[in-house]
Design a protein around this ligand. Structure first.
Ligand SMILES: *Cc1c(COP(=O)(O)O)cnc(C)c1O
Length: 481
């Protein structure tokens, strides 16, 4: 019998029970306050150094019983309807329970016997997603830790499939390249750099006035690459791009990829979930032609971070990406061993992310994903309309999704002055902590950026936000005089 008192206390089921019940009560109170009490702030702003000092002191002198409560007080409240900044979903509360199951049971799933239920559930969930994309039964997918890692993995699969040299074992001999929108998420750029493509191997296609990848330039860009002895093997479409929320024309990109024998990858980290919506499915028209698709569960599908699906039209491609030997884990077999996940994923150990997804499918059915996406995309359009109708503001582009870029323009002409004022407005909003929004630069112009992730965010919130911005602007300019 183990005698160490410290370890005994740490593993005490009764301590866990007591703390757990108390925590659930605190989290439920937090949800209630954030969703339903209008006076609640999205964050209580502290500069990073003050926050560091607080936690450093807390480690020395803080009361254990105050720990969880202090974390709760010092976070960005994603369940607050005024939290309309980054693309972080307010998780459906039941998935906090599945996250707890994963945390406690710790079935890492590198091989099947290290997590039977989550491995099998992962197959069920990814099959469902493949079916929704419009893939046939040859498709397969898996879950992995984030869109960033999934995009890298897809581009590695693409290279394996399209380049005949065995680069995995022998390294690069020739210059390779991928084509991607200039507005694509920075992680695609990073993936290409990790793969050794270098700056010249990332062929950035300029966007149209509507911020879509300009497909009319694809042919000439490909010829240019060829003339420079760069072998292009893949093209990435954004669904949508992170900064603007604008969907690329996936069908046109698919046709170009097909004609030129390129791998077509869709980065649907944010908005791939539109496959669930009758109303907004048109935004991803052509997605079923993609060789691979990434969808983040922790963006538009209400799941905890980090929960990402990588789906392949031809399931075989998902098995060939990493052919390194790790024989103690991965026994070669003739039948398809979909259940030994580490053969196909970048990770060895990962969290039991499949159970979050499965739980929502099981309890609420797939229509919850449709309802969520429709509500948020509808609100994106509503907010766009409100901005258009308010003379002090201008939209960067008509929103395709729940991401809206706009700026304050009233009475000012020069872009430099406008950039400064919009930056100041955003900083002021952050420090007030009532509404949380972010900012982005598009073609050298500074925009305020909102992402509506919360189904409780309403038109009323937008109107109040715009009035707030106008009064902040007036304060700033009166300070100058
Ligand atoms: C968020 C996002 C990513 C990165 O995904 P993570 O899950 O944060 O790693 C990649 N591409 C797009 C379009 C995104 O919106």
């Amino acid at each position: 019998m183990m005698q160490n008192e410290l370890l005994k206390a740490a593993y005490s089921p009764e301590n866990f029970r007591k703390k757990g019940h108390q925590l659930i009560d605190e989290l439920a109170d937090h949800l209630n306050a954030q969703i339903y009490q209008e006076s609640t702030k999205t964050l209580e702003w502290h500069i990073p150094e003050d926050e560091r000092v607080f936690w450093s002191n807390f480690l020395e002198n803080g009361n254990d019983n105050e720990l969880f409560r202090n974390i709760l007080k010092r976070i960005t409240a994603v369940h607050n309807p005024k939290c309309i900044g980054h693309q972080v979903t307010p998780t459906v509360p039941v998935t906090a329970l599945t996250a707890m199951i994963s945390g406690l049971l710790n079935n890492g799933m590198a091989v099947y016997e290290m997590g039977m239920a989550p491995s099998a559930i992962e197959r069920v969930v990814t099959d469902l997603l493949c079916q929704k994309i419009g893939y046939d039964t040859n498709s397969r997918g898996f879950l992995t830790s984030g869109g960033t890692l999934a995009n890298l993995t897809a581009l590695l699969s693409a290279r394996k499939e399209k380049i005949t040299n065995d680069i995995w074992n022998n390294g690069h001999k020739t210059a390779l390249g991928i084509m991607v929108s200039a507005e694509a998420h920075y992680c695609v750029d990073r993936a290409a750099k990790i793969m050794g493509l270098g700056e010249k191997g990332i062929i950035k296609i300029p966007v149209t006035d509507g911020y879509q990848l300009d497909t009319s330039l694809l042919e000439s860009e490909l010829q240019k690459a060829k003339a420079n002895n760069i072998q292009v093997y893949a093209i990435v479409g954004s669904a949508p791009s992170t900064a603007t929320g604008i969907y690329d024309d996936l069908a046109s990109i698919a046709a170009f990829a097909n004609k030129n024998d390129l791998w077509f990858h869709v980065d649907g980290a944010h908005g791939g979930a539109a496959i669930f919506s009758e109303k907004y499915k048109y935004t991803v028209a052509g997605i079923e032609k993609a060789d691979s698709v990434v969808i983040d569960g922790h963006k538009m599908m209400m799941l905890p971070t980090i929960t990402t699906a990588l789906l392949f039209k031809n399931g075989n491609h998902s098995y060939t990406t990493f052919s390194q030997k790790a024989d103690y884990l991965l026994v070669q077999s003739d039948e398809e061993d979909w259940y030994n996940k580490a053969k196909r994923t970048f990770e060895c150990t990962k969290t039991m992310m499949s159970i979050h997804w499965f739980t929502l499918f099981k309890i609420y059915g797939e229509s919850i994903f449709k309802e969520y996406l429709d509500q948020l995309y509808d609100m994106g359009r509503s907010f766009g309309k409100i901005i258009e109708e308010t003379p002090q503001f201008e939209l960067a582009v008509q929103p395709h999704s729940n991401i809206i870029c706009f700026r304050y323009v009233d009475g000012l002409r020069a872009n430099a002055a406008l950039n400064t004022i919009n930056q100041e407005i955003r900083q002021q909003l952050l420090e007030e902590g009532d509404y949380y929004i972010v900012q982005t630069k598009l073609k050298e112009v500074h925009y305020l950026r909102c992402t509506i992730m919360n189904p409780f965010t309403s038109e009323e919130h937008f109107s109040v936000l715009l009035s707030k911005i106008i009064s902040i602007k007036n304060e700033i300019t009166s300070d100058l005089h």
